[in-house]
Design a protein around this ligand. Sequence first.
Ligand code: AMP
Ligand code: GLY
Length: 423
Amino acid sequence: MKILIVGSGGREHAIAWKIVQSPKVDKIYCAPGNAGIAEYAECVNIGAMEFDRLVDFAREKEIDLTVIGMDDPLVGGVVDAFEAAGLRVFGPRKNAAILEGSKAFSKDLMKKYHIPTAAYETFDDPQKALAYLETAKMPIVLKADGLALGKGVLICNTLEEAREGVKTIMEEKKFGAAGSRMVVEEFMTGREVSVLSYVDGKTIKPMTSAQDHKRAGDGDTGLNTGGMGTFSPSPFYTEKVDEFCRKYIFQPTVDAMAAEGRPFKGIIFFGLMLTEDGPKVLEYNARFGDPEAQVVLPRMKNDIVDVFEACIDGTLDQIDLQFEDNACVCVVLASDGYPVSYKKGFPIKGLETVKEHDGYYCFHAGSAFKDGQIVTGGGRVLGISALGSDLVEARANAYKAVEWVDFENKYYRHDIGKAIDEA
Ligand code: AMP
Ligand code: GLY
């Protein structure tokens, strides 16, 4: 088979690494890819939003299956474009990717189908939002409706902060058009867990759990980022929690989408909070998490191409999805200054050392080729993932491997997986 992957981050690197192990696969292309993905795939210079060029490329190269890694093209309808051209593609159509593309849509869906989530109100008019906030309980959460690179969420501790937040989202449009509409949500407390799942329109197969670390600094301080590190499984995601989520959150979400005439095929990523009143949905994403994929996929036993095809064909019920009984930790190496401003273009040293060790992976998030060398090319540069027989060992391994790789302005959090000690 010939496979095309669309995307360019650490998640797509992990997907490419997993796909390359399938005996069915002869050739992988990635658009646009990065310097790490180039090890397994021929990278082609087509942007993820250039649907016509992607479709033309897939036709010309006779691609058997295209896998979409990123949210923007999914929400924009890339799957519909491929299907219209008679091409096989893994991911939700536009009318289903709205589960991630609009927070107002997903909140209304959860309310209608009684899926546990925080109480909320939706506003199109900043004046009405401000009036509502005057009597609301603090802290409160403001969310831009549309996609905002995971940054369109503001947690406001005081009324003053909330007023500023409305200005930022709806008036200054700091998150772009995503802020024309805003969801105001009850503040919840509890542990966060990510559960990614394969979905074929009617059947859902949840993967092993993971936990992300979204803030830039140690001790969950600093700005929100795309994710600074992950571990899998989450020790807080117990069998009892899993049972509850399958019954009251996972299957009901898939059934709700089908009932709405928006059957979901692809990945549903459930961002959950384990509150005192039970698990509740923080958010849905319509794709693998980044860097969740970098800890979940190294533990997955199945041939991922079989699973992708079962999702497309509606035969996921026949797949026995299995994960290794081990653990994985990913520490993201970023450029100092991320997520605000940072320099790039520095040579990366030590990549070979990671390759020499089994159970250690270096997934490139932002890297490029310059003068025959691999250099830093983004805010998040690499994700170093390491396996271990348990979380404590995996974490120690990941932090050991972090020292093998070096570049100027290398920055990382030192407390990825600290929560393990509290389990
Ligand atoms: P989201 O993009 O919706 O997952 O939000 C980003 C982050 O904001 C989440 O991972 C949580 O840490 C936090 N967050 C979002 N919604 C809430 C909420 N209702 N209560 C408390 N924290 C929240
Ligand atoms: N790591 C969070 C996300 O991919 O949205």
